[in-house]
Design a protein around this ligand. Structure first.
Ligand SMILES: Cc1cc2nc3c(=O)[nH]c(=O)nc-3n(C[C@H](O)[C@H](O)[C@H](O)COP(=O)(O)OP(=O)(O)OC[C@H]3O[C@@H](n4cnc5c(N)ncnc54)[C@H](O)[C@@H]3O)c2cc1C
Length: 290
């Protein structure tokens, strides 16, 4: 199918992009890996498209001790190759196929906010943020939206019409911290039926000081569950991770759809949470020196 008609804008710098968005309130076109199929299937019919691909300042990856800032035009494959953040790199390998990752952007995936997408869960479990800009009067107005406020519903984010997400920030993992991402998809590269990413921090005696998961495919937005309290009473090798997995399971409320029943998704979350938490804990202990 072909897309419905739209007026195409391709501004050459950030100021022009923001002014155009403020004026026409169109849809932003980044990698087009979700937007173009949606246009072709006529699931959306914006009057204006604002293509940001010529705005060079939106590219790039900035790595500091505090974390990784990813520009709005940084492609999945570029960020994956940079390998600057272990959990982000791990999650990117699960997103779609290489050809899609060559075009699709990390920030585009966050704004698209598919409940089964991997990257929103990574941002959520790390407590990252998205920088959003708009043109107001004669100037640029910028705000940082924390992950907890960014995902507002299925395929809905805090980015308002006329706004542009300019970058996303993924906080670095601390010392003695391990991470893992486990998911089940029908075929490699498909959206997951359910998935869990986990971050676990240990102390010198291999006791858990912080443990958190974010689950995908089981709610309208990534479901973040803090299991630090349930995991902190004995060394990681003696913990009953299945019990902690059941705790995560009880925090999600999946729904039936054509791909899987709610009961099956709930079952998956328990198993995947146990596996992801154990892997993250083991990594925290073994690789990062507890
Ligand atoms: C076959 C297939 C399989 C896929 N499998 C997966 C998968 O397993 N996991 C997964 O997470 N994704 C998957 N995807 C989706 C895809 O990888 C991402 O959703 C996509 O790459 C999003 O980035 P983009 O740059 O292509 O965004 P676009 O398609 O250009 O835009 C997506 C949406 O975000 C908005 N947007 C994009 N960038 C900005 C910005 N900077 N500011 C404001 N709004 C913006 C657009 O207006 C649009 O509404 C799959 C896609 C396909 C076609």
């Amino acid at each position: 199918m072909k897309p419905p008609p739209f007026e195409y804008h391709a501004p050459g710098d950030l100021g022009a992009a923001l002014r155009t968005l403020a004026e026409v309130r169109g849809k932003v076109l980044a990698g087009g890996q979700s937007l173009i199929p949606m246009l072709n299937m006529r699931l959306t019919a914006p009057e204006y498209l604002v293509d940001i691909n010529r705005v060079a300042s939106l590219g790039g990856i900035d790595v500091t001790e505090a974390g990784v800032r990813v520009g709005a035009l940084a492609r999945h494959s570029e960020v994956e190759r940079a390998g600057a953040h272990p959990l982000l790199t791990r999650a990117l390998k699960l997103v779609a196929h290489p050809v899609i990752r060559n075009r699709g952007t990390v920030v585009g995936s966050l704004v698209h906010a598919d409940p089964a997408a991997e990257l929103p869960a990574v941002l959520a479990v790390l407590g990252g943020s998205v920088r959003v800009a708009r043109w107001e009067g004669h100037t640029q107005v910028v705000r940082d939206v924390p992950a907890a406020d960014f995902f507002t519903g299925p395929m809905e984010s805090a980015v308002q019409p006329g706004e542009l997400a300019v970058s996303a920030f993924f906080p670095a993992l601390g010392f003695r911290t391990g991470d893992a991402f486990e998911e089940v998809a029908r075929r490699h590269g498909d959206y997951a039926l359910a998935g869990v990413c986990a971050v676990v921090t240990l102390d010198e005696e291999a006791y858990v000081t912080a443990a958190k998961v974010a689950c995908i495919g089981v709610g309208p937005v990534p479901v973040v569950v803090d299991v630090s309290e349930a995991s902190g009473h004995c060394p990681v090798h003696e913990l009953d991770w299945a019990e902690v997995g059941r705790l995560v399971q009880s925090a999600v409320e999946p729904e039936d759809d054509i791909h899987a029943s709610a009961a099956y998704r709930r079952h998956l979350v328990g198993v995947l949470a146990e596996r992801a938490l154990w892997k993250a804990a083991r990594e925290g202990a073994a690789i990062r020196g507890a």
